[in-house]
Design a protein around this ligand. Structure first.
Ligand SMILES: *[C@@H]1O[C@H](CO)[C@@H](O)[C@H](O)[C@H]1NC(C)=O
Length: 205
């Protein structure tokens, strides 16, 4: 029995570490389906921008290479240097005259770990068992690293459909930082029709 569980653990460990490369069109379909099922306070909630799905999938491509096990350590104070156009955070350029910058008067920035295909932060979305977290998706961070992207999709949509905002107090800095990370410059102008040109039509809502 002991041998068996060691083998099982080793296999599990491997599949966690290696991750799965998600198909771009599959991820799109998953998002489209989840968005069409999205309700907030019992009301159907549409995304504002028709190209949101393309932006989210583009983000998964640029930040995680579609790898479900992608992990990025973001040192404290660095917004996101791995993405083009990323800025230091807090940026010295944002400090004005002699006044204390609003950034300095708040909690010092924390290092973030970004997890999974959408690179969700361990400080906001999940509990890594080590660091304080808003844990808005009420889950363990390891769940964002497995092959199943359902929880990643639902958590991302929870954040962007505002239902996460009301339930948990997040500072405006945290919200902006995460939005900035997800809606990265590389993906700002991506158009659904071009980005998914090679995909067949998504499932009808
Ligand atoms: C996915 O990411 C993990 C963690 O960084 C890495 O170990 C693994 O090799 C990657 N998988 C692929 C298929 O690139």
């Amino acid at each position: 029995m002991k041998v068996l569980s060691v083998v099982v653990l080793a296999v599990l460990g491997c599949s966690l570490a290696q991750g799965r490369i998600v198909d771009k069109c599959d991820l799109r379909n998953q998002l489209v389906t989840a968005i069409s099922a999205l309700t907030v306070n019992g009301e159907h909630k549409a995304m504002n921008d028709a190209n949101d799905v393309a932006k989210f999938v583009c983000h998964a491509e640029k930040s995680a290479g579609f790898n479900t096990s992608a992990v990025t350590d973001l040192p404290a104070g660095i917004e996101d240097t791995s993405h083009q156009g990323g800025q230091n955070w807090p940026s010295t350029g944002q400090q004005q005259s002699n006044d204390a910058s609003p950034w300095q008067t708040r909690e010092p920035p924390q290092p973030w770990t970004l997890l999974g295909v959408f690179q969700l932060s361990n400080r906001l979305f999940c509990d890594d068992g080590q660091n304080p977290s808003k844990n808005i998706c009420d889950t363990s961070c390891s769940n964002f690293l497995d092959d199943d992207t359902t929880d990643d999709v639902n958590c991302l949509l929870k954040f962007f459909s505002n239902s996460g905002f009301g339930a948990v107090q997040m500072s405006i800095e945290e919200i902006l930082k995460m939005i900035h990370l997800i809606l990265q410059p590389d993906c700002k102008d991506v158009q659904d029709s071009e980005y998914f040109a090679g995909c067949s039509q998504p499932p009808a809502p």
